[in-house]
Design a protein around this ligand. Sequence first.
Ligand code: PLP
Length: 396
Amino acid sequence: MRVPLLDLSEQYRTLAEPIRQRIDKVLSSQRFILGPEVEAFEQAICRFTGAPYAIGVSSGTDALLVILMAMGIGPGDAVITTAYSFFATAGCVARVGATPLFVDIDPATCNLSPAALERYIEKHCQTDAEGTLIDSTGRKIRAIIPVHLFGLCCEMDPIHVISERHGLEVIEDAAQAIGAEYHTTHMGIRTAGTMGEAGCFSFYPSKNLGAAGDAGMIVCRDEEFAKRLRIFRQHGMEPRYHHYFIGGNFRLDEIQAAILDVKLPYLASWSAARRAAADFYREEFTRTGLANRIALPAEPYRERGVTNHHIYHQYVIRTPQRDALRAHLTKREIGTEIYYPIGLHLQKCFAHLGYKEGDLPETERATGETLALPIYPEISREAQRYVVDAIAEFFG
Ligand SMILES: *Cc1c(COP(=O)(O)O)cnc(C)c1O
């Protein structure tokens, strides 16, 4: 049996007709840039996430970039984030001329650890005469980017306590977590991306809500900031041919927005189906006694009564025998992936930042142990049993 890591062909089959009709509508209208489809989809995202404002952009990466640009973060500034993420998280910080500062992860969830964040600030930062938090080299720390990895929100309450204490912006990288919920103490249940000053989503085709190409979205809660984001999305231009800022072309196009708008009504049920598949993996791993040999994904918010506590963008297990297990599963024609094999702090392009092996021990341990198993809404229980049996066979 062949079990791919991700298979969206069935999903496309059921939506092919309505998607084609909506694409046809755009083609007939001959309106391709910033028209009614983008506006409708932005409003649909506001309703889905509970965010007051949404701004469609060209990708998840560009969503992060535009947020940083609109916040005026640049040379001399620093942004604290995790090294256990997709490259874009830190890449965008560097692209605006600021410095990414990495703190370690919580080994149970692989998300940024609030305790490590607190320790980092205590040990390496101080407050200057104006009350600004600065690092040991005098850079102004402007923001924190928590990444809701694999579809699970970070522990946002303690992150907020820290950001408020030091006057830092919170930019949520929710590229993998659209719709995932977290129970905040002050705002009740909130969805990923709507707990900080701004949040970003990616509609890369393999994300839970995928476009037919590149697409992304920014959400925020301040009207003035939303206006600024819209201006930066289009060359810092307002009105036409008057440029107050240096922005860029970061627009979401009409065809992608139309396709995403057709798919969005199904997203909640798709994520619920992923969660049901994750429950089945857990049952099977428990039944076969494997739950003691491999670490299954943590579900810290389930006990707190959160329904959409995890959207399982990825189902990631951990074992020190990861590479051998992966080779075994490949032989059994089971698709797997390693998210991520190298911490961002050890990437060659960040060598000038001066990080070395051992600086982020939990991140480095995770890069050697995590393995993503096949998961998608339509995965069959038979396929999942085959995956679990193959893992059982490996551990003998
Ligand atoms: C996918 C992803 C991005 C970037 O999104 P693109 O749409 O591919 O540009 C950023 N951060 C994380 C954590 C992601 O998974």
